[in-house]
Design a protein around this ligand. Structure first.
Ligand code: CP
Ligand code: NVA
Length: 313
């Protein structure tokens, strides 16, 4: 089935809040069903003959494998493009690329730099576009993280998530999720790396609390999470960041002041001895491998939702 035969309004997932709370809950429920069928080796070919184009302008392991395996498991197929092996690397405008690709496939996933770049693509696309990570947001990862939390601890509503480290694409996406789903986000960053006031608006203290001391941010948290100190695209700042973030390493002391039920998450790839100690990421509170696997199940549910809407079978 080609893109032009789709009915209903075109939906994208460029930021977490592009889906409503009810829609996120539907996708998470659907991810549970899809995961259960996957574990039973039951076919689930709801996207038979559909085609996903993936455009990577940055490196990836998890995002590529989870989208590619996921689309095949749904009965569809995948085309993989990078900047280097497409005309994007030779300055073809992103708008023209969107016009062309979206006439040929049913769905597009993009990993790129500025959020404005994926927005420009989406505004010229005939088919749904999924953000596979931009400098500003990583919504598929947070979808999988919340699915993982629910799997291990039940509803995230009313809980506290502690974000330790860089105010990066993950942190801003956690904030959108907290606002949408009703949990509290504690953020601790070095002083020069705080969330930008212009980007976050004025969330209430029931949504966001910022801490200069990472131990205080972790106190009582139900989920402690962190990420690399230097995200893709910021490699020139690596040395200064290593110095600035030295005290923002999630260790056993931080996990020790969190709620006794707390789990640890990291979107990966991780640098043991930098943003997290080996005993935490490889320890009993860590759920990072489930978190990584759940990219597959959550994104299968997301792709299905964007192409089919809510289905009951
Ligand atoms: N967490 C994540 O997005 O991993 P990749 O960069 O390997 O895709
Ligand atoms: N914040 C990291 C996440 C990698 C999955 C980055 O953007 O590089």
């Amino acid at each position: 089935m080609s893109a032009s035969t789709q009915t209903g309004p075109l939906r994208h997932f460029l930021q977490f809040r592009d889906l409503s709370k009810t829609e996120i809950q539907y996708v998470l429920d659907r991810a549970r069903l899809i995961k259960n069928k996957f574990k039973r080796y039951e076919p689930h070919h709801t996207l038979h003959d559909r085609n996903l184009a993936m455009v990577f302008e940055k490196a990836s392991t998890r995002t590529r494998v989870s989208f590619e395996a996921g689309m095949y498991q749904l009965g569809g197929s995948v085309i993989h493009l990078t900047t280097g092996d497409s005309q994007l690397g030779r300055s073809e405008p992103i708008e023209d690329t969107a016009r062309v690709i979206s006439r040929m496939v049913d769905l597009v996933m993009i990993r790129t730099f500025e959020q404005t770049r994926i927005e420009r693509f989406a505004s010229h696309s005939r088919v749904p576009v999924i953000n596979g990570l931009t400098n500003e947001f990583h919504p598929c990862q947070i979808l999988a993280d919340i699915f993982t939390f629910i799997e291990h601890r039940g509803s995230i509503e009313g809980k506290t998530v502690a974000w330790i480290g860089d105010a990066n694409n993950m942190a801003y996406t956690w904030l959108q999720a907290a606002e949408l789903l009703g949990f509290r986000l504690h953020v601790s960053t070095p002083s020069g790396y705080r969330l930008e006031a212009a980007r976050i608006g004025k969330p209430g203290a029931d949504v966001l609390r910022e801490f200069s001391d990472p131990m205080e941010a972790c106190r009582g948290a139900h989920l402690v999470t962190t990420d690399v100190w230097t995200s893709m695209g910021y490699e020139d700042e690596n040395e200064e960041r290593r110095k600035a973030f030295a005290d923002w390493c999630v260790d056993a002391d931080m996990m020790g002041v969190a709620d006794p039920s707390a789990v640890f998450m990291h979107c990966l790839p991780a640098h043991r001895g930098e943003e997290v100690t080996g005993d935490v990421i490889d320890g009993p509170q860590s759920v990072v491998w489930d978190e990584a696997e759940n990219r597959l199940h959550a994104q299968k549910a997301l792709m299905e939702f964007l192409l089919l809407g809510q289905v009951s079978d």
